[in-house]
Design a protein around this ligand. Structure first.
Ligand SMILES: *Cc1c(COP(=O)(O)O)cnc(C)c1O
Length: 366
């Protein structure tokens, strides 16, 4: 059986180094906001090509803190409208709502699964719309330049949900360096994952970085002086130490994912299976390799019978979730279609050539 994702295999190569680091870490006596986090923040900034990284507790907090900090700094106010793709993980939308802002869900492009420049333009209401949250869904950056231009033309903040796109690059800019600020997650299953929860914000904006740095730590820049009503969301030292190790291999791992994706795109030949679009550039890091099929259950069962486990990202559109009562009357046909038809097939750096061949054979025989 080829499992969809094999986290044990992905982390095994680091086991010895992690144990060594752990011993050092236990003996250091310093477990929160120490030198491992400092080092990771510098490493990740350099990697993404930004001046600032702020490590936080998880990806949702990273996004929420960006919005809350912009409110603190007076660049957003409660109730402002934020454009967000309807086809995304629930966290993108929750971050907006939890910060007291209003998400404006718009349908995505059926080919790229990402925001379409024309629909964004149509959705902008001058005076009401204040920001665009672009999501590099499944690991792909689309229309970075166009969205930056649009944000500039309408004086909007451009924020990235980069939780699936560590290392992706378009027009010479990495995910995390495209907008005014970006949120990352280091949840174990992400392309850069730690061994627990973790997240970070990257930004070019020094004022924003300083504000978030304080906000993640009870709103304080100096111990016991609280200048903001902050929260407790710090990336801990142990996770930062692990991320420092794994970051060194991220480009290599992403290259492997792209090589597997390229095999899927050339060797999968089945007109019942809609493949993703990709220009073979580094704009995609294939966090998830998503295909679309009409009869999803039958397809998944067929693959399982051939020893291939699949998953669904995601089965129910955010606006149709029972908790999201504010979207009751919203109809988003493309997003609904995507959520009905998508299936994710295994795509990670530890898959062998033979395993990839087996997946291809299984898909082609459907
Ligand atoms: C994983 C993910 C998040 C949230 O990250 P957590 O660390 O789980 O809070 C946000 N947005 C997207 C698109 C994600 O895939």
């Amino acid at each position: 059986m080829i499992p969809y994702l094999n986290l044990k295999k992905i982390n095994q190569p680091y086991e010895e180094q992690i144990l060594e680091k752990t011993k050092e870490f236990v003996q250091s006596g310093h477990y929160i906001l120490g030198e491992q986090l400092d080092l990771f923040e510098r490493n990740f900034s350099e990697y993404c090509g930004v001046p600032h990284t702020v490590g936080v507790g998880n990806g949702l907090d990273a996004l929420t803190l960006i919005f809350k900090a912009y409110i603190q700094l007076g660049k957003l106010k409660t109730g402002d409208e934020i454009i967000v793709p309807a086809n995304t993980y629930i966290a993108s939308i929750l971050a907006i709502i939890n910060a007291g802002l209003k998400p404006k869900l718009i349908d995505t492009n059926l080919k790229t699964y990402n925001l379409d420049i024309f629909s964004v333009q149509n959705a902008i209401e001058p005076g009401k719309t204040k920001a665009i949250l672009m999501v590099h869904l499944y690991g792909q950056i689309n229309d970075a330049k166009e969205l930056r231009q649009l944000a500039e033309d309408f004086n909007l903040l451009l924020i990235e949900d980069a939780a699936q796109a560590h290392g992706a690059m378009q027009d010479g800019k990495r995910a995390g360096a495209i907008g005014h600020a970006a949120g990352f997650s280091f949840y174990p299953g992400k392309n850069l994952g730690c061994l627990g929860d973790g997240g970070a914000i990257t930004t070019h904006d020094t004022q924003l970085a300083n504000c978030i740095r304080a906000m993640r730590n009870y709103g304080s820049e100096m111990k016991y002086y609280h200048i903001y009503k902050g929260c407790n969301s710090r990336l801990d030292e142990w996770q930062a130490a692990i991320l420092n190790l794994k970051l060194q291999d991220l480009d290599f791992d992403n290259d492997k994912r792209r090589a597997i994706a390229l095999r899927y795109l050339t060797e999968i030949q089945n007109n019942k299976v809609e493949l993703p679009t990709w220009d073979e550039s580094k704009n995609h890091v294939f966090h998830i390799f998503v295909v679309r099929v009409k009869n999803r259950t039958a397809f998944q069962e067929h693959l399982l019978s051939k020893g291939v486990q699949t998953l669904i990202h995601y089965p129910i559109a955010p606006h149709l979730q029972s908790s999201m009562t504010e979207f009751e009357d919203l109809q988003l046909p493309i997003s609904e279609q995507i959520h009905r038809e998508v299936v994710s097939i295994p795509c990670h750096q530890m898959l062998s050539f033979e395993e990839v061949s087996q997946v291809i054979k299984a898909v082609n025989s459907y």
